[in-house]
Design a protein around this ligand. Sequence first.
Ligand code: PEP
Ligand code: MN
Length: 333
Amino acid sequence: MIAVLKHGTTPDQTQHLIDWLKRMNLDVHVSEGSEITILGLIGDTSRVDMELLKSLEIVETVKRVSEPFKQANRKFHPKDTIVEVGDVRIGGGYFAMIAGPCSVESEEQIVGVAQAVKASGATILRGGAFKPRTSPYAFQGLKGEGLKLLLKAKEATGLPICTELMNINDLDLFTDVDIIQIGARNMQNFDLLKETGKCKTPILLKRGLANTFQELLMSAEYIMSEGNENVILCERGIRTFETYTRNTLDLSAVPALHELSHLPVVIDPSHATGKIKMIPSMAVAATAAGADGIMIEVHNNPACALCDGAQSLTPAQFDEVARKVMRVREAIL
Ligand code: PEP
Ligand code: MN
């Protein structure tokens, strides 16, 4: 349930109402805009007398929210959330270009790729140190060493870094990471979600292989309900009967998630298609659809990549895509 307070309500009046609601065993989420304040009532609202609440002098309207996600819900928070990562902003009109190799392989590789993608306009460097692989025999990532190399690339370029966390026990190693990625396979690892909700680091939450928008938003809710409101949603393709592409890119995620939620939406055309040739057109389409960012895999030598070489662009190919994406951004603004 949400209660919209009238313009001009004083902080004292607001607090008085919040205290009254809390006495009914409700949690109250406050969203303060420049004009109005919205109170999101979380918990069992069945005993709240809507008419009584509506009749209060400071209350403009009261609505029941049918969706089970509250803090991620646009009804609670009509304005777009802008996630800040150092000097970089994502959402609410700010577009992020996230690029880098699937996995960090060496200092030379990650620093080289970071410099190249930055020169092409990338705003965030992404690289995996802990890799979720289908086969236990495949390269699992450089782990802690990979994180150190990412920090070297950050030092060399100034780009904020985004990297995947797979296990709660590794969280302490991530203190200098700018964006923690929760991968598709861990989208419903609820303990991991809750733990990352306790820190303030922005979280890039990827949609699971076969999860609905509502399930994705419920996972965002797990993070937000612990206090971390800096969540970026990422569509990376879903499983369908089609096998020609690695996954099926659900571009409707952009308008759908924007309608349901105020959180920024990033599209990952690399994992969605799995094919170098398809990435440029899907990146352009995602941008035209109004995505708040794109995330693309780039490798200095894709043929020798230890992971996802078939979907990794060379820096020159990325440069071309980045130019097109920037032209589309200008056209739709
Ligand atoms: C990745 O980003 O490298 C990755 C493994 O992605 P996903 O979780 O979407 O499969
Ligand atoms: Mn990958």
